[in-house]
Write a protein that binds this ligand. Structure first.
Ligand code: 26Q
Length: 822
């Protein structure tokens, strides 16, 4: 039956057309005349899925046969973005499929637009996990991504009257063609209740946990295909269900409604993604989500270990478990519990396996974002884990005492339990103690962890610390999102750079080639024209495509200082108002990003930007020299449209606060120049592209500490800087709020009296630097040259490089190439 085989796996245009129509008929139950766009999207998605499955199964067979060492990437978030386009790129059939659907009278771009992206993450951390899955598959590293299949991902953002309004994200409402449920691998997770000590048949002291509730986890698998390899790894996300075997009737003495309620409580666990990207007050449901997916994942790994006839004592040889921040850090206690309570292992051996298996990545420098759980909450949900943590803490503090005798202050600081007031479990400390590796995500970040945030742990375990500078996947963020630049580059230097990003260096040979520079510039211009059309349609704003596209796209946070950008806009506006004929390089300020629903100040900043937009875009004095655009509902899909159109990338966080940033890399890779502080990975980007091709400004991290130490007084800056004062006064006057002087008062008060993120201290440096940007932009040849050199020198920031570093320094793992046998 060769014909049938070919329909599922063949890659020719003819075969793709046939398969597409077949899926439209047999999967969607439609024929062309009555099919909707979504039907066509689904038919195409299934056509692509069939081709993935062949690779997926081959990969699984080989990994099982060889019992290959495997990376488990544990993350509460995976911000995958749309699958279809990426799979077409990685399968290498983008052009064939485009032709196939076009011969059927359809437009591929149209169908790609149909996909509802799985927004199962907040921002950088979740997107990093997705880039790493792409790179692990491309490098043929056996890996499993483990997380939660949230029914509602990050909320959709609407803007009403300038304010952010949140709308639930129903990403599953049309079905998800990319996943396969695996109910046969369900697992059970206990919650609540109490523990009992007993003596087992060998006379050993043991503990039994009698839970209040048991929840069932069902895995849903999505194939993750590497770029032009046959490797298809798995993203395994868990949904929570009530176990039907649970006898609700008996448990609740005929209380049917109570039983239904219990079912709903179970399902709650995977209902919704928490939309804040800094850990907030201890919420019981959040902790329940963490133990739920961590326990499911560890039990799944143990099942795989047994199935592959690996003895449990060799768990750490089969798996290395990377913890994406502290969200899965409960794994330290849960792995101990599984080994000891469920698999009869002794403490010392369990501890050795746990430490050898786990590795921890930190993503934050905000002390307030370090996760802590109130002991009472912890005990009521995870009584057994708390006992285990106390025991780990006992052994750990003995170790600290041995290394630093007589230092009781150090014991207090390092304890897994914060006892300074209400008692808390410190998850970062748990992760540090339970892991063999602790890494930051950029060189500066790692250094600051060692000197500051985790300094005691660095002194205790210096050998555990290492840096792994973040990276991004060039497949999604260049090949897929920027085909025009991709084609130009490949026409000059071939396409090896897609897998070996350092090969972009070869572009430097063309930086003095006028024809090449001209092409480079026309491509950027064409992409900007596309965005202009989009903005016209979305926001009804006419934008000048020759203006500087100055873009800040990221979550809204005070430390990221979108409001510093606002101060610059108003500065230029004031200059125009004072002198309407002033010669200003035209600029379009573009913003995208969401604020946590409970983060009042971040939402007020969004309102401020939209209010400035209303005034500036409609003031006749401005004469179209300035435009301000807030693009709502920023997402991965949207990011792919925005990065290629940028001239200027805003990376202006207060130094010492942004762990790395990854948007900075995506912009630069697409030929934008960066204006930024010496923060996170900006430092390394500047080192790579050259200071002369980067707009740096502002205080450095040590200068920030020094200024705060000697007493920072924002009012002094306000009173001594004429332009700054005029900007603040302009906002305070109600100019952007229809005369309402109260609206932005909380923001202004915060700046004038605290200014925690030093906007005023950096204001003049930022303005001067922006004035220089405007000057340089006028020399279009110089700008183009800088743009080319940025791209040519971005090779370091491929997530392939990051993953190679993880493999070598932490995971000790080799690639396993996959042959496509039958
Ligand atoms: C924790 C507890 C309760 C509720 C929410 C959270 C939570 C959720 C998400 C805490 C933090 C996050 C996300 C953090 C994040 O995205 N950090 C970013 O990680 C990037 C990848 O390393 C870095 O580039 C960014 O600098 C960093 O801000």
């Amino acid at each position: 039956n060769l014909q049938i085989e070919d329909d599922r796996t063949g890659l020719s245009v003819e075969c793709l057309k046939r398969a597409f129509l077949d899926n439209l008929f047999y999967v969607q139950g439609k024929f062309p005349k009555i099919a909707t766009k979504n039907d066509y999207y689904m038919a195409l998605a299934y056509t692509v899925r069939d081709r993935l499955l062949q690779r997926w199964i081959n990969t699984a067979v080989i990994y099982t046969e060889r019992a290959s060492r495997t990376v488990s990437y544990l993350s509460a978030e995976f911000l995958m973005g749309p699958h279809l386009g990426n799979n077409l790129v990685n399968l290498g059939i983008y052009d064939q499929v485009k032709q196939a659907v076009s011969e059927l009278g359809l437009d591929l771009e149209d169908l790609l637009e149909q996909e509802e992206e799985p927004g199962l993450g907040n921002g950088g951390l979740g997107r990093l996990a997705a880039c790493y899955l792409d790179s692990m598959a491309t490098l043929e590293i056996p890996s499993l991504g483990y997380g939660i299949r949230y029914e509602f991902g990050i909320f959709d953002q609407d803007i009403r009257d300038g304010w952010q309004v949140e709308i639930t994200d129903k990403w599953l409402h049309c079905g998800n063609p990319w996943e396969i449920a695996r109910p046969e691998w369900e697992v059970y997770v206990k919650l609540g209740g109490h523990t009992e000590a007993y003596t087992d048949e060998h006379g050993r002291y043991r503990v039994r946990w009698i839970p209040y509730q048991v929840v069932k986890g069902v895995p849903h698998d999505t194939p993750i295909l590497g770029y032009k390899t046959n490797t298809a790894n798995t993203l395994r996300l868990w949904t929570a269900e009530a176990p039907e075997s649970f006898d609700f009737g008996a448990f609740n003495s005929g209380d049917y409604l109570g039983a239904v309620q219990a079912k709903m409580v179970s399902e709650n666990l995977s209902k919704v993604l928490y939309p804040n990207d800094d850990s907030s007050q201890g919420k019981r449901l959040r902790l329940a989500q963490q133990i739920f997916f961590v326990s499911c994942s560890l039990q799944d790994m143990i099942r795989i270990v047994f199935r592959q006839n690996v003895p449990l004592e060799k768990f750490h040889e089969k798996f290395v478990v990377q913890l994406n921040d502290t969200h899965p850090a409960i794994a330290v206690a849960e792995l101990m519990r599984l080994l000891i309570d469920e698999h009869d292992m002794g403490w010392d051996q369990a501890w050795s396996i746990t430490q050898k298996s786990l590795a921890y990545t930190n993503h934050t420098l905000l002390p307030e974002a370090l996760e802590r759980w109130p002991i009472s909450l912890f005990r009521s949900l995870l009584p057994r884990h708390l006992e285990i943590i106390y025991e780990i803490n006992y052994h750990f503090l003995e170790e600290v005492k041995a290394k630093f005798p007589g230092d009781s202050d150090r014991l207090r600081r390092m304890s897994l339990i914060d006892e300074s007031g209400e008692k808390y479990v410190r998850m970062a400390h748990l992760a540090c103690v339970g892991s063999h590796s602790i890494n930051g995500v950029a060189a500066l970040h790692t250094k600051l962890l060692q000197q500051d945030v985790l300094r005691d742990f660095y002194q205790m375990y210096p050998e555990k610390f290492n840096n792994k500078t973040n990276g991004v996947t060039p497949r999604r963020f260049m090949v897929l999102s920027n085909p025009r630049l991709t084609n130009l580059i490949s026409s000059k230097i071939g396409d090896s750079w897609i897998k070996h990003l350092k090969d972009l260096k070869k572009l430097e040979a063309f930086v003095d080639d006028p024809e090449f520079c001209h092409q480079w510039r026309s491509i950027k211009s064409a992409i900007k024209h596309d965005l202009v059309a989009y903005i016209q349609k979305q926001n009804g704003i006419s934008v000048n495509p020759d203006s500087i596209f100055d873009i800040q796209a990221k979550r809204f946070h005070e430390y990221k200082r979108q409001h510093l950008n606002a101060l610059h806009i108003i500065t230029l506006y004031n200059r125009i108002k004072a002198n309407p004929d002033i010669d200003i390089t035209p600029r379009t300020f573009i913003f995208g990003g969401k604020a946590a629903p409970g983060y009042y100040m971040a939402k007020l900043i969004i309102k401020l930007l939209n209010s400035i937009a209303d005034v500036v875009n409609n003031d006749p004095d401005v004469r179209d020299r300035l435009k301000v655009v807030f693009l709502k509902d920023y997402s991965v899909k949207f990011a792919q449209r925005v990065y290629p159109a940028a001239d200027l990338s805003e990376q202006i966080s207060m130094a010492g606060k942004e762990a790395s940033g990854t948007g900075n890399m995506k912009f630069a890779l697409n030929g934008a120049l960066t204006i930024g502080t010496l923060d996170g990975a900006n430092v390394e980007i500047r080192d790579e592209v050259g200071a002369e091709n980067f707009f740096i400004f502002g205080l450095t991290a040590p200068e920030v500490y020094a200024l705060k130490a000697r007493g920072y007084r924002p009012l002094d800056y306000y009173h001594s800087n004429r332009e700054l004062k005029a900007v603040i006064d302009r906002i305070a006057s109600g100019h952007f709020s229809h005369g309402d002087t109260q609206l932005f008062k909380p923001l202004l008060d915060s700046l004038l009296h605290r200014d925690e993120y030093l906007l005023f201290a950096d204001y003049q440096a930022y303005i001067d630097c922006q004035d220089n940007v405007s000057q340089v932009y006028r020399d279009r040849d110089r700008w183009t040259r800088m743009s080319i050199l940025n791209v040519a020198r971005m090779g370091k920031f491929s997530s392939d490089r990051s993953i190679r570093d993880y493999c070598q320094d932490i995971w000790n793992i080799q690639s396993v190439p996959i042959e496509l046998g039958e």
